[in-house]
Design a protein around this ligand. Structure first.
Ligand code: HEC
Ligand code: HEC
Length: 234
């Protein structure tokens, strides 16, 4: 009969071990999961993006993603491409496993959908210059800069009362892609008090051509230091 007692003991032990409510035992939700299983937008964003783009997508060193104008300007495919492949020559890393990162295709889709649900809150933009566009003319850009940007940034972009940082400093320009300048000029940065394309000044929206021209003017101020890495602008 000893073997029956043995089986009973094994049963009792395995029942107890299988019981989830033992004191001290981590609950299902508390157990660590492998990084590729993380499916929560908040956790994916906080762990991978917030350090540069700011908690909740605002006030970061890098662009304000939680901006309704930006979210209306950019399309899903562009967001997916940028998050997957990063922006070469800038601090924006590639996150897709296929590009050397560690996020799965499903996780990148969760990030794109989550940003859209939370931050794409406004109506479609009316008469906005498109997200991307052809190169502009730096000569015409100088005139647009003087009229639309210099009031806050100073005549040479060296900084003014309303915007103290220099935006023509070669070290700053070496860090940013032309597209990121274009994005900022069109969609603005509401967290920093930067106008969007309708507000230079209000009532005088910039045309697509003026946006391209002013980007070209800024890009022409970029100095090329030997050995430095620059964004591939297209
Ligand atoms: C109403 C004032 C205002 C106007 C007009 C304005 N800006 Fe700005 N800009 C700001 C402020 C405020 C900041 C953030 C503070 C700083 O960098 O000094 C800023 C920052 C920037 C930056 C740096 C962004 C970053 O990521 O650090 C760039 C580039 C820039 N502006 C370009 C432009 C261009 C180009 C124009 C004209 C088309 C323009 N701005 C017009 C107020 C303005
Ligand atoms: C190490 C800092 C860093 C991290 C981490 C980072 N970014 Fe970026 N990101 C940047 C910089 C810098 C740029 C602008 C680069 C340029 O000049 O084009 C950028 C650009 C972008 C853009 C393009 C903005 C535009 O102009 O359309 C998107 C979208 C973006 N990041 C999303 C994300 C998401 C989502 C994550 C997290 C999965 C993330 N980033 C993590 C630094 C970072």
């Amino acid at each position: 009969m000893a073997w029956r007692v043995g089986i009973a003991a094994v049963l009792v032990v395995s029942l107890v071990a299988g019981c989830d409510s033992l004191p001290g035992r981590p609950r299902e939700s508390d157990r660590p999961i492998s990084p590729s299983q993380v499916k929560s937008f908040a956790r994916l964003y906080d762990e991978n993006c917030a350090g540069c783009h700011g908690a909740h997508g605002r006030f970061g060193a890098a662009y304000e993603l939680a901006d309704a104008t930006y979210q209306a300007l950019v399309d899903d495919a562009t967001l997916k491409r940028i998050i997957s492949n990063g922006i070469a020559g800038t601090a924006m890393p590639a996150f897709a496993q296929t590009a050397g990162g560690y996020l799965t295709t499903a996780q990148i889709a969760i990030l794109v959908d989550g940003m859209r649900q939370r931050w794409k809150t406004g109506r479609p933009l009316v008469d906005a210059p498109p997200y991307a566009g052809p190169d502009g003319d730096p000569g015409r850009g100088a005139r647009t800069f003087a009229q639309s940007c210099a009031p806050c940034h100073g005549p040479k972009g060296e900084g003014g009362e309303k915007a103290p940082g220099s935006i023509t400093d070669p070290s700053y320009l070496a860090l940013v892609s032309d597209q990121s300048l274009r994005t900022l000029i069109i969609a603005g940065r509401s967290d920093l008090g930067h106008p969007d394309w309708r507000g230079y000044p209000p009532g005088q929206p910039l045309s697509a051509e003026q946006v391209a021209d002013v980007v070209a003017w800024l890009a022409a101020r970029r100095q090329h230091f030997q050995g430095a890495v620059y964004a591939r602008n297209r």
